[in-house]
Ligand binder design. Structure first.
Ligand code: VGL
Ligand code: ZN
Length: 211
């Protein structure tokens, strides 16, 4: 069991309509995260949410690259980039965080992916690996020690957020049953091995003791 304290924070990643059933980048079984997240969030005093938040014509959209298809990879100025269907465009219904989430005590929504030329899977650092969202400073200033991550998608935004949390020095956990993966081109296996190598601990909701 992992006994929670006041120095623990839960980061709920990208539970937005475009990643849920019917969305433009629907994660397989994405809707299955809602219930476990709602239960889990009640065990945490501190919760933050992330929101994928792209301008129209974003560099991560296949539609921005003539002749390219979703789920192909290309090289952008900062390195390889998987191309996606248009998703989470600022202000659209698909970009909204699910109203099924029952986390009224969430303290912050951190938006990411708003720079037109840079993707950001991570809630901490954009894909150029330079540009910061400010989340690390926020968590440090509030003196958190451990970060717990869950949401969508396990092999992209959850994994990258967890990897950056670990790199920033937080003891980091991913709650697997409260997350679901896209799993394209071996992405889930790769994310799992990257997280293992970084010391991110993969646990289940049942191991979290909020009492
Ligand atoms: C995500 C692909 C593109 C995610 C966001 O939330 O995992 N995946 N943008
Ligand atoms: Zn995105």
């Amino acid at each position: 069991m992992v006994k929670l304290s006041d120095q623990d924070i839960l980061i709920i990643v990208d539970v937005q309509y475009d990643f849920l059933p019917g969305g433009s980048l629907a994660v397989p079984q994405g809707g299955a995260v809602i219930e476990p997240i709602n239960v889990l969030a009640k065990a945490f005093r501190h919760v933050v949410l992330t929101q994928d938040w792209h301008p129209k014509g974003h560099a991560s959209f296949a539609s921005s690259h003539p002749g390219r298809q979703p789920f192909e990879a290309i090289d952008l100025h900062y390195g390889p980039q998987v191309l996606w269907p248009d998703h989470c465009v600022q202000g659209t219904p698909g970009s909204e965080i699910s109203r099924e989430l029952d986390i009224p005590h969430a303290q912050l929504v951190i938006r990411k992916g708003y720079n037109a030329g840079i993707d950001s899977y991570s809630g901490f650092k954009e894909a150029d690996r330079q540009t910061s969202t400010g989340l690390e400073g926020y968590l440090r200033e509030r003196r958190f020690r451990r970060v717990f991550c869950a949401g969508l998608a396990l092999d992209f935004c959850v994994a990258w957020t967890a990897l950056d949390a670990a790199a920033a020095g937080f003891e980091t956990y991913v709650i697997e049953d409260a997350s679901r993966a896209i799993n394209t081109d071996g992405s889930l296996t790769r994310a799992q091995s990257d997280m293992g190598a970084a010391g991110v601990q993969i646990i289940s909701s049942a191991q979290v003791d909020g009492s």
